[in-house]
Design a protein around this ligand. Structure first.
Ligand SMILES: Nc1ncnc2c1ncn2[C@@H]1O[C@H](COP(=O)(O)OP(=O)(O)OP(=O)(O)O)[C@@H](O)[C@H]1O
Ligand SMILES: [Mg+2]
Length: 262
C-alpha cells in the first residue's frame, strides 16, 4: 500500500511546493520510490520547480481528453516521478473542479511509487479534502508570521472537522526575530505537534531556479539537514546531519594566502 502525504497550508507562498520537491528527493535518498502531484489546477508550479518544462501530456489532458494517468507520469530522477498538472488556461475552461474525482486520480497516481506526495493548493478546497484517501497524513506548512499562522489554524480546525489525520506542522523559512512568532508560540496556537523547523536559506531559490533540490545542491546546509531529518522522521529512519567541510575551506584559504603549496 502506498503512503499518502499531503503538504497543505492556509496561506499561499509559505513554501509548500519547494518542500514537496525537496522532501520527495530527501525520501528517495532513503530508498523510497516517490510520486509527486500538484493538485492546484490553476496555479500549479511543481512541474516548473522540478525542472519538468512543457511535458507532452499533463493532468489537464487526463481531465478533458482521452489520456490516462499512465500517460503523464514522468521520471525526473531515479525513483522520483512527477505527474505534471498543466498550465493551459484554454483547457481550464473545460474543467469543472466540482466534478473531479480526486480520489481516483490520487489512487491511480500512487501506483507509481511507495510514497505519494501531494502539494495541496492553499486555502480551503473542500472538494479535494473530502476526496483524500482515508489514510492521508497531512503536514500543515506555516511561516512565523501572524497571517500564515492564523491561516494554518483555520486549516487545522477544518481538517479536524473533516476527521483528516494531521501529523503536525512544519515551520518553514524560519529565522530568529523577536517580531515573529516563536516555534513554541506557534505550537500553542495551533495545538498540533511541531514536526520540523526548516530555516530560511537564500540558496533555496537558486537551487530551484536550476530545477534542482537544495538537498542535492547543498546537502550540508542547515535547511537541507532539516529536510533530511524530516524525511527520516516520517520514514522511521535515522539521519546524521552532514557538517560543512570546514577543513577543505580552510585549506583553500591557506593555499590562497600562501601558507600551503598550490
Ligand atoms: N526554506 C526556505 N528558505 C528560503 N526560501 C524558501 C524556503 N522555502 C521556500 N522558499 C521560497 O519561497 C518562495 C515560495 O515558495 P513556494 O513556491 O514553494 O511556496 P508555495 O506555498 O508553494 O506557494 P504558492 O501558494 O504560490 O503555491 C519561493 O521563492 C521559494 O524559493
Ligand atoms: Mg506552490
Amino acid at each position: 500500500m502506498p503512503r499518502f502525504v499531503a503538504i497543505a497550508s492556509g496561506k499561499g507562498g509559505v513554501g509548500r511546493t519547494s518542500l514537496t520537491f525537496n522532501l520527495g528527493v530527501a525520501m528517495s535518498l532513503f530508498g523510497e520510490k516517490i510520486v509527486m502531484l500538484d493538485l492546484d489546477l490553476v496555479m500549479a508550479n511543481l512541474d516548473v520547480i522540478t525542472g519538468l518544462l512543457n511535458p507532452d501530456v499533463t493532468l489537464h489532458d487526463v481531465l478533458v481528453r482521452d489520456k490516462s494517468i499512465e500517460d503523464c507520469v514522468y521520471e525526473i530522477e531515479n525513483d522520483i516521478r512527477v505527474i505534471p498538472t498543466g498550465i493551459h488556461f484554454e483547457t481550464l475552461k473545460h474543467i469543472n473542479p466540482n466534478y473531479i474525482s480526486w480520489n481516483k486520480i490520487i489512487k491511480e497516481g500512487a501506483n507509481y511509487g511507495d510514497v505519494f506526495l501531494m502539494d495541496i493548493p492553499a486555502g480551503i478546497n473542500t472538494n479535494i479534502f473530502e476526496d483524500l484517501p482515508e489514510d492521508t497524513e497531512i503536514l500543515i506548512i506555516t511561516n512565523s508570521t501572524m497571517t500564515s499562522v492564523a491561516d494554518a489554524l483555520k486549516m487545522r480546525i477544518l481538517f479536524n472537522e473533516l476527521d483528516i489525520n494531521i501529523l503536525g506542522f512544519v515551520l518553514n523559512m524560519w529565522y530568529d526575530d523577536k517580531f515573529l512568532l516563536s516555534p513554541n508560540e506557534i505550537e500553542s496556537i495551533l495545538e498540533i505537534p511541531i514536526i520540523s523547523i526548516i530555516p530560511y536559506d537564500r540558496e533555496m531559490e537558486r537551487s530551484l531556479a536550476m530545477g534542482r533540490s537544495l538537498v542535492e545542491v547543498n546537502p550540508s546546509s542547515p535547511t537541507s539537514n532539516a529536510i533530511m531529518q524530516l524525511a527520516a522522521d516520517l520514514l522511521g529512519e535515522t539521519y546524521e546531519a552532514i557538517q560543512p567541510d570546514k577543513q577543505t575551506i580552510l585549506n583553500r584559504l591557506k593555499k590562497f594566502v600562501g601558507l600551503l603549496p598550490e
